[in-house]
Design a protein around this ligand. Structure first.
Ligand code: SAM
Length: 332
């Protein structure tokens, strides 16, 4: 595994643990502008205070309230942690109430979108989310590729880097009853979250496979549509990924992904940063390079549409979310 792949795997393993944790930092997917190491520390800090003083936790209507036994140490630690979470990416409102013998921490989801460090904003309707019973914090993506792909009943769909599985489950609903949706991900912790979400959503026409998107564990010409959401930028060898996408598509198959692209050259120190790579920044390539790579591996009808520009704080250069479509020739 390359240094880049290892940094990416570590980042998303930590994200998956955060999603899977029944603690407040997991359920609402918070602490999202932290580095991998800081995120792991934060999750451990919440677990430690839970272990020491948590009495109970209630969840209703987008809020989670945790009740702790009061003590001077617990009061101080909760105040510190809540202040730290408030300084995060703005996807939630936090409050700490002192009620004498008990301390209550409430966290409520707010409207801010936060796919990763760059808040690139996936778009799912409430009805779509309700259809699989999963909240939008399961998404670390930058668009809605299942919608983009215009899926039809009976189709076979593959999601590259399926994360917590939201796009796979939404795709499975769209291609049901005879179609099937596959997700490929290299991170065991993410696969576990995705399979848990599949059970929760009671979707039977979906399969999560362990593997890399550089070597997709599916046969040639086995799917009609390849989707992906904010993942291809993370690959060190993007041509290998696009070549594999082309291989697994049946003739006439569609490629429809949401991804981050570079709009202006990033500084060399940002491009070298493994942390910025794992955060969907440093691995971005220009629209021109993306289109050229798609054509080089055999795709046609290449189309790139910028959906949202992101200015990075303290960093020259610019990146953007984009929808990228292409087609495998019907005769190839
Ligand atoms: C930014 S998250 C996006 C997850 C999901 N697509 C979504 O929209 O929520 C990146 C995901 O891709 C996976 N991933 C990154 N690089 C990969 C690779 N080379 N092969 C397989 N999975 C990869 C990570 O494990 C992680 O689950």
């Amino acid at each position: 595994m390359s240094d880049i792949q290892e940094a990416v795997r570590e980042r998303y393993a930590a994200k998956a643990l955060q999603m899977a944790s029944p603690g407040v930092t997991g359920r609402l997917g918070l602490a999202c502008n932290l580095s991998t190491a800081d995120l792991t520390t934060r999750v451990a800090e919440w677990k430690a205070i839970d272990g020491l003083a948590l009495i109970g936790r209630d969840e209703a209507g987008g809020s989670v309230t945790s009740t702790y036994r009061a003590s001077p140490e617990t009061r101080a630690e909760l105040a510190r942690l809540v202040a730290a979470e408030r300084g995060c990416c703005g996807t939630a409102d936090w409050s700490l109430q002192d009620e004498g013998d008990e301390l209550r921490v409430t966290v409520r989801a707010s409207s801010g979108a936060c796919c990763e460090d760059d808040a690139c904003g996936a778009t799912y309707s409430a009805a779509e989310l309700a259809s699989v019973g999963i909240d939008p914090t399961a998404s670390l993506g930058c668009g809605n590729p299942a919608l983009l792909a215009d899926l039809r009943p009976g189709e076979r769909v593959l999601d590259l880097g399926s994360g917590a599985g939201l796009d796979v489950l939404l795709s499975a609903k769209r291609v049901a009853p005879d179609g099937h949706a596959y997700g490929v991900d290299m991170t065991d912790e993410m696969l576990a979250v995705a399979r848990g979400n599949q059970t929760k959503a009671a979707v039977t026409n979906a399969t999560f496979l362990k593997g890399t998107i550089e070597q997709i564990p599916l046969p040639d010409a086995s799917v009609d549509v390849v989707i992906s959401n904010c993942v291809i930028n993370l690959a060190a060898d993007k041509r290998a990924v696009l070549r594999e996408a082309h291989r697994v598509l049946a003739p006439g198959g569609r490629f429809a992904v949401a991804d981050m692209v570079a709009l202006a050259e990033l500084p060399a120190e940002v491009k070298r940063s493994l942390d910025q790579w794992a955060g969907c920044v440093a691995g971005t390539i220009s629209i021109g390079e993306y289109a050229e790579a798609l054509r080089d591996v055999g795709f046609s009808d290449v189309d790139v549409e910028i959906t949202r520009e992101t200015r990075l704080e303290g960093v020259d250069g610019a990146i953007a979310s984009a929808y990228i479509r292409a087609r495998k020739e019907a005769t190839s």
